[in-house]
Design a protein around this ligand. Structure first.
Ligand code: 6PG
Length: 471
């Protein structure tokens, strides 16, 4: 009898192909399909595997699957997903499952889940992080959707996921679009983390005068301490990489302009809608937007005078200040990301488990870092923790290091360097702990010009004042 496939993979670009091979390595029979047959043939030529089987039409792929059928989509987020869903509907039966492993917008996932539920098909929005290497060797996986359907795909997803202290970095997140929402926030944190690292680089290079070789050493040293993380590790390696086209290190030949596919922007839009301040994530998305405007930056550089502040710190002190600032900035960025998740959990009724979410970020994903163990502990100890900044461990770190964060921000300001995420971190901290926020004056202004009313500190209720006419 013909062998039946455990799962069908639709889309064999880098991520789809790597996940399919990861599944095949784990003993699952994987049916592989790509819209263009040439891609399927190429994958089979480049990566022959006894458990990977090519199919050249969706109908052949679906017919080869064990029941209930499991089809995973690894295709470009957006319209293409809807198109393939429409092609799959007539081929699938009640109880079959479609998994979307791309970076789909969570509202699209919710809509698709509803639409398919009406047709008896389960739809799981599965956030996957870790890039190509993660997908191939073990990513962090954030599945959302019907819990019973998740149980049917769980053995595969857990098997292919990264492991942190022996535990799979894959956990059921919640219903509907919860998995993709968490992935969106993961990416938002990733943006902030990357921006903070880029700002530490600017300080070390332009204030401290460090060479690429010295930068590589600094980041490599940081990667052995409390900043230990995937992103710091690759940063150290980047500074060592020689250019293969000209002399020197590659980093100096790369255009100073970064693009984005949208997840950081989505997180910011959702945060504004929900009324949660994730300024560091928004700032990081904006920093990329500003970086793209190369011609105007050049023009402004010539026209707008630069401050001429001096750096008062000697090299070792500067490096330590920047390290502490980076660590503190990271804590605040994660506090913002988890605050957004807490609000979303209430807003959508998802009952998210923050300790578990942090725990699956410990390995496999782009933001994996040593301090995710501390975040996991914080939320496991106190599931109702209203802000990461109130956790005893993180509070002690912020109190210990916040002066360095302020010093780094000040160095950037006096040197005229763009450090928007570092500055946003300081601002957030001061807004978060503000006894005086100036909002009494804002209430008064609103009541003055629009009779919007105001609240008082000494009694309950809503008040309006007849403000004096006289100037
Ligand atoms: C991951 C990454 C991955 C991808 C992002 C990059 O977690 O593996 O986040 O999803 O690299 O799409 O996003 P930008 O193109 O927006 O930087």
């Amino acid at each position: 009898m013909e062998m039946k496939m455990d799962i069908g993979m639709v889309g064999l670009a880098v991520m789809g192909r790597s996940l399919a091979l990861n599944m095949a390595d784990n003993g699952f029979q994987v049916g592989a399909y790509n819209r263009s047959s040439a891609v399927t043939e190429q994958v089979m030529r480049d990566h022959p595997h006894e458990n990977l089987h090519p199919y050249y039409s969706l109908i052949d792929l679906v017919s080869a699957l064990k029941r209930p059928r499991r089809v995973m989509l690894m295709i470009q987020a957006g319209k293409a997903v809807d198109t393939v869903i429409e092609q799959l509907i007539p081929l699938l039966d009640d109880g079959d499952m479609i998994l979307d492993g791309g970076n789909s917008f969570f509202e699209d996932t919710r809509r698709r889940a509803d639409y398919l539920a009406q047709r008896g098909i389960h739809y799981l929005g599965v956030g996957i992080s870790g890039g190509e290497e993660g997908a191939r060797r073990g990513p962090s996986i954030m599945p959302g959707g019907n819990p019973a359907a998740y149980e049917a795909v769980r053995p595969i997803l857990e098997a292919i996921s990264a492991k942190a202290e022996g535990q799979p970095c894959c956990a059921y997140i919640g219903p509907e679009g919860a998995g993709h929402y968490v992935k969106m926030v993961h990416n938002g944190i990733e943006y902030a983390d990357m921006q903070l690292i880029a700002e530490s680089y600017l300080l070390l290079k332009y204030v401290g005068g460090l060479t690429n070789a010295e930068l590589a050493e600094v980041y490599a040293a940081w990667d052995t301490g409390e900043l230990r993380s995937y992103l710091i590790g690759i940063t150290a390696r980047i500074f060592r990489e020689h250019d293969d086209l000209t002399a020197g290190e590659l980093v100096d030949h790369i255009l100073d302009s970064a693009s984005q596919k949208g997840t950081g922007r989505w997180a910011s839009i959702e945060a504004l809608k929900q009324g949660v301040d994730i300024s560091m994530i928004t700032t990081a998305a904006n920093a990329r937007v500003m970086s793209n405007d190369l011609a105007r930056r050049e023009q402004a550089y010539r026209l707008i005078e630069r401050p001429t502040g001096k750096n008062p710190l000697e090299r070792t002190a500067l490096i330590e200040t920047v390290r502490q600032a980076l660590y503190t900035g990271k804590i605040i960025a994660y506090a913002q990301g988890f605050a957004l998740l807490r609000d979303a959990s209430e807003c959508y009724g998802w009952n998210l488990h923050f300790g578990e979410i942090a725990s699956i970020f410990r390995a496999g994903c782009i933001i994996q870092a040593a301090f995710l163990n501390d975040i996991t502990d914080a939320f496991c100890k106190q599931p109702a923790l209203s802000s990461l900044l109130f956790d005893e461990f993180f509070l002690s770190r912020v109190n210990k290091y916040q002066n360095s964060l302020r010093a780094a921000a000040t160095l950037g300001i006096s040197a005229g360097l763009a450090l928007p995420a570092t500055l946003a971190a300081v601002s957030y901290l001061d807004s978060f702990r503000a006894r005086a926020a100036g909002a009494n004056l804002i209430q008064a202004q609103r009541d003055f010009f629009g009779a919007h009313t105001y609240q008082r500190i000494d009694r309950e209720g809503i008040y309006h004042h007849e403000w004096s006419e006289k100037a």
